[in-house]
Design a protein around this ligand. Structure first.
Ligand SMILES: [Cu+2]
Length: 289
């Protein structure tokens, strides 16, 4: 009995630890011992989260129910406990039930699933558009409705990372994509030479960036902060070193940032005229170690 109590206490302690670290989730990136998904920062991600949790309860209940039936069969109807088995082979009512009930469960899941798909794929009228071009191996962001500037976003290499400034290894970049809070942002993605994938877990966004084909998605961030994602399509040697960082700021701060961006001659130049980022090869090299 004492043993059992000790075990329970240990389980509760571990649970509290995991739960506690889960509650203290950092915004925008994964943390060690994190349980569950990242803290949602858009309505879409909140819906994905609740759909995921609902499915988890459903499959847990179904698995528990099937397990319980199996245990009952093994205990009550084994050869020793039940030496003369029943000769029953069909029971129409039960057969109808075990066909219809799973169909109903799947239909209910489908309703919620389609609702979520429509929410993700029907792009509402956007307040601004940002084009994200996946390149080997960094992202270029263009702002067509805010003065047509564009810039490259490169990962901060290990030897330049400044944790005092809150930079995160393998996630922080030199120039973040900046967007205003509570505004609908349409993201257009395209690949420059191979397929990349623009993914941001806290926003519930993941869309391929394919050469020669413009894809689009959207998000509306409901909280200010910096959110991180990674290229999610194997795109070559430095696939792991082209993170996506999105800074969500107030509308006023966004306007100021746009004004400053429009004054940078290097950001006004078209990508063909811009020199390829020289730091890139070196940055990737130092991170691979
Ligand atoms: Cu990539």
């Amino acid at each position: 009995m004492l043993q059992f109590r000790r075990l329970t206490a240990a389980a509760v302690a571990i649970g509290a630890l995991v739960w506690g670290s889960g509650a203290a989730l950092a915004d925008g990136f994964a943390t060690p011992w994190q349980l569950g998904m990242q803290e949602p920062a858009t309505e879409v991600m909140e819906s994905i989260n609740s759909f995921h949790n609902g499915l988890l309860w459903t499959i847990t209940f179904i698995s528990g129910f099937v397990l319980a039936l199996l245990v009952i069969v093994m205990v009550r109807f084994n050869a020793r406990a039940n030496p003369t088995p029943s000769r029953t082979t069909h029971n129409t009512l039960i057969e109808v039930i075990w066909t219809v009930v799973p169909v109903l469960i799947l239909a209910v899941i489908a309703i919620f699933s389609f609702k979520l798909l429509f929410l993700e794929l029907q792009i509402p009228p956007a307040d601004l558009t940002v084009k994200a071009t996946g390149k080997q191996w960094y992202w270029t962001y263009s702002y067509p409705d805010n003065g047509k500037f564009e810039f490259d976003s490169l990962m901060v290499p290990d030897d330049k990372i400044d944790t005092a400034k809150g930079q995160i290894r393998l996630l922080s970049v030199d120039n973040e994509m900046v967007v205003p809070v509570n505004k609908i942002v349409r993201v257009e993605t395209i690949g420059n030479e191979v397929i990349h994938s623009f993914a941001l877990p806290a926003f519930g966004v993941r869309i391929d960036a394919i050469p020669g084909r413009l894809n689009e998605t959207w998000f509306k961030a409901t909280r200010e902060g910096t959110y991180y994602g990674q290229c999610s399509e194997l795109c070559g040697r430095n696939h792991a070193f082209m993170p996506i960082a999105i800074k969500v700021v107030s509308e006023q701060a966004f306007k100021e940032w746009v004004d400053a961006a429009n004054k940078r001659p290097d950001w006004k130049a078209a990508s063909a005229e811009r020199p390829a980022p020289a730091a890139l090869a070196q940055a990737a090299e130092s991170s691979i170690r």
